[in-house]
Every structure is written in structure tokens, then in C-alpha cells.
Write a protein that binds this ligand. Structure first.
Ligand code: NAD
Ligand code: TYD
Length: 339
């Protein structure tokens, strides 16, 4: 079995590579990544020169390069993590989100159609469903919830999902889609809520909470997400969407306070700042379908996962300090430029 993993130098993709090497040591993994600001080859240092692992620097939206990679590597399965993933950046400049998330997905689907694969898996997000009101805790996103996006990011992800469905129906490409809630864990880029708050708190910098901090997200430990994708690849049905969620809703402000407490930092660091435009109020996944069909359940309790995550950021300061300073961006050239 050979799996092409796109976006594997990012947060969830790299965790997926580690998970799959551990769980299926016989699989061959090919990681394809453009190494944007969010991709970090240092994350993959432990597997870089190992057997059954190949890294290729490429853009999923570059048709010729992608066809060339499919021709040489002949993957059985493709898992597409590659994306522009930060809502705030999509509000600043939507163009690259459409380029990578929509057109890049189209190129991968065309390659699958042309060269044939056993499965194309699209890693999507619960954000395609829009948001839920805070005063209706009885409502959850199911696979039947209509797509109703708020940000350019979520609109680009929903567009990609629709393309996947179209390629399944029109051309018979065997696709699956998973829509996951907010992930947290090791190797998350420190522009996202949890790592940003940890990094700022450790530097005694202000902790910028948008609006009143009452927005709710459904947090899932990244390894549980990886296990769900593995299960979908093994037992999932082509054409099916699977919602993945932690049944773990938390208000932003409670997470920030928890991080202050864990790091022994004063809550006076919390600074309320102007709200995000179009800010979604609440995300909440109903994971009943994937539980019933594939037997998946989240295994990591938030109380344990957040402690593990904080510990990881404390133990791996050099990983994120270089990112914060921008130094990691020279890493690829320094390490691989003259090879
Ligand atoms: P990330 O931003 O940490 O990583 C994205 C990776 O994709 C980076 O390594 C980047 O270099 C690479 N990339 C970007 N554009 C590329 C291109 N054109 N060609 C090739 N590689 C490219 O993102 P993440 O948090 O790991 O998210 C991975 C996927 O999971 C995304 O599709 C995202 O929409 C989805 N998702 C994320 C979350 C979350 O909480 N982080 C939740 C649900 C779904
Ligand atoms: P984020 O990690 O960007 O994920 P998403 O927007 O995809 O859910 O943000 C999580 C929540 O935290 C979201 O409601 C926005 C909020 N937030 C802040 O309050 N301050 C921040 O500095 C960031 C990055 C996010």
C-alpha cells in the first residue's frame, strides 16, 4: 500500500504521517508539500531519511508536476491535507485560498481520474456547515446539515467538497470526505488559538481574545482525528461523508484561562480585541454516524489532551520559537538546497 499524503509538513498531516508509520509500518508514505509559511520540514526530521518515506516539494495546484508525481509514484491512495487553513488570513486575502483549496483539489482529482486510485480522501472541516446559535445547545452538525459557509476559508473548503462529490458521481472517482472539528496537539502552527496563547503566555505577552471570547469550538486531539481517517481509508464507503468531532465544546475564554492556569500566568494578560469579521459562534459535530458505521470514538479527554499539548510546547520551544522568529523558513534551503 502506497499513500500520497499532501500537506504532510503541516500540523495534522505530519501527525498523520507519524500515526500511520506507527500503525502500519509496512505502508509506503509519500509526503507532498509546497512548504508554505505553514509547512515545516523540521517537523518531519525524524522520518526524513527513513525507509518507506519520501518527501517531495510540490504545489497541488501545479498540474504538470502533480501528474508527473502520480506517474512515477503510482499511489494507491491519496489523502489531501494540503490547504491554506487559517480563517483570519482568508479574510485578509481570499485568493490563495481559492487557488490551493479549490483549484489544487481539482488538480488532484484530475490526477486520480487519469491515473486511477483505490481512494481519494478529502480532509475537510466542520466549518463548511456554518455556525450554530449559542442558545440552542440541542443542535449539532450531522452529515445531512446543509453547507452554509461564513468565511472565504470555509467557502473554499465547501467548494472542494462539492468538487469531490461531482468527481465521484460524474467520473466514478472513489472519494471519501471527512469533516472534522477543531484539532489541537503537537506541531500546530502558533497562529491558531491554542498554540498562540501558549506561546504568548510563556513570553508574558498579551493574550488577544476576539470579541467577548464566548465563541464555542468542539476540540479534538489530533491523534484521534488521524485514527478516524485511517479507519475511513480501511472501512469507509466511497462517496460517503464522515463527520468527526470530539463532543467537547469549550468557550474560547475558558481555554485561554485554562492555559494561564496551567502555565501559572496571570489572567491579566488576557486582552479583548476587535472581533473577527463574520465570526462563527458555535461549532458542534454529531459523530454518531462514524461511531455507528466504523466504530470510531474520540479517545483523548480534553483535560488530558490539553496537558499533553502544553507539555509538548514547553518541551519543544525551539520548534515554535524558530517559527515565531521566521528562521525556519530558511531551513529547507540550508538543509536541502545543495543536495
Ligand atoms: P496547516 O496550515 O498546519 O498545514 C497545511 C499544509 O499544507 C502545510 O504544510 C502547507 O505547506 C501545505 N500546503 C499549503 N498549500 C499547499 C499547496 N498549494 N500545495 C502543497 N502543499 C500545500 O493545516 P492543518 O491545520 O494541518 O490542516 C490540514 C487540513 O485539515 C486542511 O485541509 C484543513 O482545512 C483541515 N482541517 C483542519 C482543522 C484544524 O483544526 N486545524 C480542522 C478540520 C479540518
Ligand atoms: P482558530 O484557532 O483560528 O480556529 P477556527 O477559527 O478555525 O475555529 O480560532 C479558534 C477560536 O479562537 C475562534 O473562535 C477565534 C478565536 N481566536 C481568538 O480569540 N484569538 C486569537 O488570537 C485566535 C487566533 C483565535
Amino acid at each position: 500500500m502506497k499513500i500520497l499524503i499532501t500537506g504532510g509538513a503541516g500540523f495534522i498531516g505530519s501527525n498523520f504521517i507519524f500515526y500511520m508509520r506507527e500503525t502500519h509500518p509496512d505502508y509506503e508514505l509519500v509526503c507532498l508539500d509546497k512548504l508554505t509559511y505553514a509547512g515545516n520540514l523540521e517537523t518531519l526530521a525524524a522520518v526524513m531519511d527513513k525507509p518507506k518515506f519520501t518527501f517531495i516539494r510540490a504545489d497541488i495546484a501545479g498540474r504538470d508536476a502533480i501528474y508527473g508525481i502520480f506517474e512515477t509514484e503510482k499511489p494507491d491512495v491519496v489523502v489531501n491535507f494540503a490547504a491554506e487553513s487559517h480563517v483570519d488570513r482568508s479574510i485578509e486575502n481570499p485568493s490563495i485560498f481559492l487557488q490551493t483549496n479549490v483549484l489544487g483539489t481539482q488538480v488532484l482529482l484530475d490526477a486520480c481520474r487519469r491515473y486511477g486510485v483505490r481512494r481519494y480522501h478529502q480532509v475537510s472541516t466542520d466549518e463548511v456547515y456554518g455556525d450554530l446559535p449559542l442558545d440552542r445547545p440541542d443542535l449539532f452538525f450531522t452529515e445531512q446539515t446543509p453547507l452554509h459557509t461564513s468565511s472565504p476559508y470555509s467557502a473554499s473548503k465547501a467548494s472542494a467538497d462539492l468538487l469531490c462529490n461531482a468527481y465521484q458521481r460524474t467520473y466514478g472517482v472513489p472519494i471519501t470526505i471527512s469533516r472534522c472539528s477543531n484539532n489541537y496537539g503537537p506541531y500546530q502552527f502558533p497562529e491558531k488559538l491554542i498554540p498562540l496563547m501558549i506561546a504568548n503566555a510563556l513570553a508574558d505577552k498579551p493574550l488577544p481574545v476576539y470579541g467577548e471570547g464566548l465563541n464555542v469550538r468542539d476540540w479534538l486531539y489530533v491523534e484521534d482525528h488521524c485514527a478516524a481517517i485511517d479507519l475511513i481509508l480501511e472501512k469507509g464507503k466511497a462517496g460517503q461523508v464522515y463527520n468527526i468531532g470530539g463532543r467537547n465544546e469549550m468557550k474560547n475564554i475558558d481555554i485561554v484561562k485554562l492555559i494561564c492556569k496551567a502555565l501559572d500566568k496571570p489572567e491579566s494578560l488576557i486582552t479583548y480585541v476587535t472581533d473577527r469579521k463574520g465570526h462563527d459562534m458555535r461549532y458542534a459535530i454529531d459523530p454518531a454516524f462514524i461511531h455507528r458505521e466504523l466504530g470510531w470514538l474520540p479517545e483523548t479527554k480534553f483535560a488530558d489532551g490539553i496537558q499533553k499539548t502544553i507539555r509538548w510546547y514547553l518541551d519543544n520551544k525551539s520548534w515554535w520559537e524558530k517559527i515565531v522568529s521566521g528562521e525556519y523558513q530558511n531551513y529547507y534551503e540550508r538543509m536541502y538546497g545543495n543536495r
